[in-house]
Design a protein. Structure first.
Length: 153
């Protein structure tokens, strides 16, 4: 009986160690520009096999000013800013599986989509949610948040 209790205790300890080994770790990433600007958030956070990107705007890289040119220019710069974060992690838009779009003016949806779709393979469009916002940081017209699958990369 004593041997059975010891065996059960050993099995329980091993299972606890295995469960802890499988717990995802949190890794926080910020670019040098984001750290220098003392932004109150990380560019991205990796939890297990998923990279969660913060919302991105169409700002000039390293600055808190938006690119000029309206919704299409902002959307293009937003996508380029996201591409830079993905590339830092060895990823591309092919790895993005979920996006959330926030727009200051939903009537500009078509102009946003015109640029947005050019960054994705038509057979690998991510799941997406969108909503209108009463105000975005820096007075932006669009903000885009993405989730990407990292896998074994």
């Amino acid at each position: 009986m004593r041997g059975l209790i010891v065996a059960i205790a050993i099995v329980g300890a091993v299972m606890t160690m295995v469960a802890r080994a499988e717990e995802p770790t949190l890794q926080f990433y910020s670019s040098p520009g984001a750290r220098a600007a003392k932004l109150p958030f990380s560019d991205a956070v990796r939890v297990g096999d998923i990279l969660y990107l913060s919302g991105n705007l169409g700002n000039v890289p390293g600055k808190t000013e938006l690119v000029p040119g309206g919704i299409e220019a902002e959307t293009k710069q937003t996508m380029e800013n996201i591409a830079a974060v993905l590339k830092t992690h060895g990823l591309s838009f092919d790895d993005v599986f979920k996006c959330t779009v926030m727009m200051a003016d939903m009537s500009k949806w078509g102009a946003f989509n015109k640029i947005y779709v050019t960054y994705f393979n038509p057979d690998r469009l991510p799941a997406r949610s969108a909503f209108g916002a009463n105000g975005l940081a820096l007075g932006a017209q669009v903000e885009l948040e993405c989730w990407a699958y990292v896998g074994k990369k």
